[in-house]
Design a binder for this molecule. Structure first.
Ligand code: PDD
Length: 286
């Protein structure tokens, strides 16, 4: 049984309980992080905690724990788990309220929850053959930079992909590429990596940063800028990235081949190699 952390206590996950009046339950009033752990080493913990602090500030909650406390909790949960590679989930909600009221309670007592699950990275087949995606108009709110637990729109958008036998939904808004339902999206055109610029409409992905760093290190030309929907639809390659999916090639979009072949492109193969090298040497600390 996995160990979890809830409001100051370590306990078996199945025993963790929150009151039904918690604003996280009734309003989705909370924020979260998903931190990949390789060989029991949390990857880019400082960056995840920084993004958490930004999400908390945006929803007007104080950071409930110091970085050293988060680190201690995460280390303890990671050490207790049976698996080496993990996906640590942490969430902070605005806590319980006495009566249901949209406005904040005068004094909030945040609910702090941390758990871990096995990190299951995509099977080789998906990397070798690529994945299919559908597209959709991005109907989420205008603060997608906040990693909020209110994920109903994202869930509906991801389910749209599943309903079509696809792995992800690529979101466009007002003629621009934004991100995926639960991932960031990159395009490659004529050997140049195109990355949508971070703004309030997309989540600033930690994996997105890693991909841009690896591109810079290895000399892959990159442009971080607004990417037109047309450019994405006519790209030579499309990739999706996230902490749990790493980097995956999208080879079909809305039943149309991406690029000429409808197979993973040369830039993806390079990036995947760099990513695996980086994982072995830096993430696992070998
Ligand atoms: N989601 N954009 C959205 C909307 C996401 O939900 C995610 C990740 C990303 C990628 O961010 P990162 O590289 O930091 O994982 C982009 C996580 C994995 C989730 O909700 O489970």
């Amino acid at each position: 049984m996995n160990t979890a952390y809830l409001n100051g206590e370590f306990l078996p996950l199945a025993e963790a309980r929150v009151p039904v009046m918690d604003r996280g339950f009734l309003f989705g009033d909370g924020v979260y992080e998903v931190i990949p752990v390789y060989s029991r080493r949390p990857f880019r913990l400082a960056e995840h905690l920084r993004r958490l602090a930004a999400s908390l500030a945006a929803i007007r909650l104080e950071v409930p724990l110091a970085d050293a406390e988060w680190t201690h909790i995460i280390e303890r949960i990671v050490a207790a788990a049976e698996f080496q590679d993990q996906s640590v989930y942490l969430q902070v909600t605005r806590g319980p309220m006495a009566v249901r009221n949209h406005a904040f309670p005068a004094v909030a007592t945040p609910t702090v929850f941390v758990m871990t699950e096995p990190l299951v990275t995509p099977p080789a087949e998906l990397r070798e053959h690529g994945i299919a995606a559908v597209s959709a108009a991005d109907n989420r709110w205008h603060r997608c930079d906040i990693k909020a637990t209110s994920l109903l729109a994202n869930c509906l958008l991801r389910q749209r992909a599943v309903d079509h036998g696809c792995a992800e939904t690529v979101l466009f808004r007002d003629g621009f590429l934004i991100e995926g339902a639960a991932s960031n999206i990159f395009a490659v055109k004529d050997g140049v990596l195109l990355a949508p610029i971070k703004n309030h409409l997309m989540l600033p992905g930690i994996t997105y940063d890693v991909v841009l760093e690896l591109a810079a290190q290895h000399g892959l030309p990159t442009q971080v800028r607004d990417v037109l929907e047309d450019e994405a639809r006519n790209a030579d390659e499309l990739w999706m990235t996230s902490s749990t999916k790493e980097v995956l090639p999208i080879v079909m979009l809305d039943d149309r081949k991406v690029g000429a072949g409808g197979t993973p492109g040369p830039a993806f193969k390079q990036m995947y190699g760099w990513y695996q090298q980086f994982k072995a040497s830096v993430m696992r600390g070998a």
